[in-house]
Design a binder for this molecule. Structure first.
Ligand code: GTP
Ligand code: GTP
Ligand code: MG
Ligand code: MG
Ligand code: ZN
Ligand code: ZN
Lengths: 212, 212
């Protein structure tokens, strides 16, 4: 499909440009309210002493997430799509033009809250990450297979809810996800309690070091 | 935008056709895992003795939800979009062709789990309903305003989590939603405990009676 082909070309260009500037970029996706912003905050706090981090916030409307992230003292660019259901390489390119790449090591894109379309549009990132949160239910890999199959890492968030959500079978989720994507890394976390965040931060640091 | 215009025309046609057959149709939307299928089950159990109900299930992939609903003994048609992020009037028209409208009073469409695009595509329904669940957070009306502004009714689901999710401010959600859509009806429910379901069923019964 021609539009996707052009997007892929642009995205490849962004990937090269970032690598040339020594910047590693991660695209973070999930449903609305699964904990993307909370994970961005936890990640910044865990890594800011070792890496210079910038954030690209994508939303249909509102500047809430960019403002929240900016309070951590990192540069944050807010993209407002005005209704468009995903970010693409063109929009990310514009956001990058507004950032000082020479002064950054790591950029996090918080994509629009949507388990469908963002997976189809390459953002130029070096790493595709997604979140599934416990309250959403353990059958999401069956119903939204594309995103689970093309991410490099899945974080199962809100594990502090497990004592309440007895119908969420973590082993079954992992089985379903690995059937779609055998190579994926799966990390269980709670952005609320901090559980699993160290493991996430260590894994991410290694990926960034290898990737740059 | 021409595509939306054609869709609106088709949708108006479906609405008339359904009214002519004495069928009332509701389009139910929300993020993935907010409780659409759970609400469909609760609604069927509350109303099946008074209304003949049919369900149209929309998903990217999988027949899980249609199978779950069919266990209640109601006719259920599963639409699989294969990646398309919303249902539209063309798809709903095909589903209706597969149903015996003369034998039905009320059809529920469970739309694709997505807080963005489904709001833009008229399905031919007489009522647009949406769910926001407590774990998703109370800022969703700010970030996904279109869906909140064009629904007739909002159900706040998973209220059984309120004792645990202390950062969810129900009054603030209502304030934000009414700022976008003063006329909207807001009903708090738990599909898990059954709280609020009677109130929802009564309100819905009245809407169906008025609408047909
Ligand atoms: N209990 C619990 N709540 C969490 C956790 N992580 C995030 N939350 C809550 O979940 C809600 C949504 O979190 P966000 O970080 O805003 O989620 P998001 O994916 O960025 O949401 P959008 O950008 O609106 O799509 C907030 O009320 C958070 O406090 C967690 O690990 N446990
Ligand atoms: N605690 C609690 N859990 C609920 C409630 N309603 C639904 N759930 C759970 O939330 C998860 C998702 O529910 P579903 O009804 O499948 O949600 P859905 O919106 O149909 O999901 P998709 O069709 O996949 O987008 C399941 O594990 C349900 O048991 C509720 O009121 N309280
Ligand atoms: Mg966010
Ligand atoms: Mg469902
Ligand atoms: Zn889309
Ligand atoms: Zn869409």
């Amino acid at each position: 499909e021609e539009i996707l082909g052009d997007n892929r070309e642009l995205a490849d260009g962004l990937r090269k440009r970032l690598k040339g500037s020594g910047v590693f970029m991660m695209n973070l996706m999930s449903s609305p309210g699964s904990g993307k912003t909370s994970l961005v905050l936890r990640t910044i706090r865990a890594l800011k002493n070792e890496l210079k981090i910038g954030v690209i916030e994508g939303d249909i409307d509102s500047v809430v997430d960019a403002e929240t992230v900016a309070k951590e003292g990192v540069p944050a660019v807010q993209l407002r799509t005005g209704g468009f259901c995903h970010l693409d390489a063109t929009m990310i390119g514009k956001a990058l033009d507004a950032m000082d790449l020479a002064a950054l090591d790591f950029i996090i894109i918080e994509n629009v809250g949507n388990l469908v379309c963002p997976a189809e549009f390459d953002t130029g990132a070096h790493l595709n990450a997604m979140i599934l949160s416990v309250p959403e239910g353990d059958d999401k890999p069956l119903k939204y297979p594309l995103m689970f199959s093309l991410c490099n890492v899945l974080l199962i968030n809100k594990i502090d809810y497990l004592k309440y959500a007895s119908d969420f079978n973590t082993d079954l989720v992992k089985e379903r996800v690995r059937a779609l994507n055998p190579g994926i890394t799966i990390i269980e976390v709670s952005c609320k309690t901090g559980e699993g965040i160290d493991r996430w931060a260590d894994w991410l640091k290694n990926r960034i070091r290898e990737g740059r």
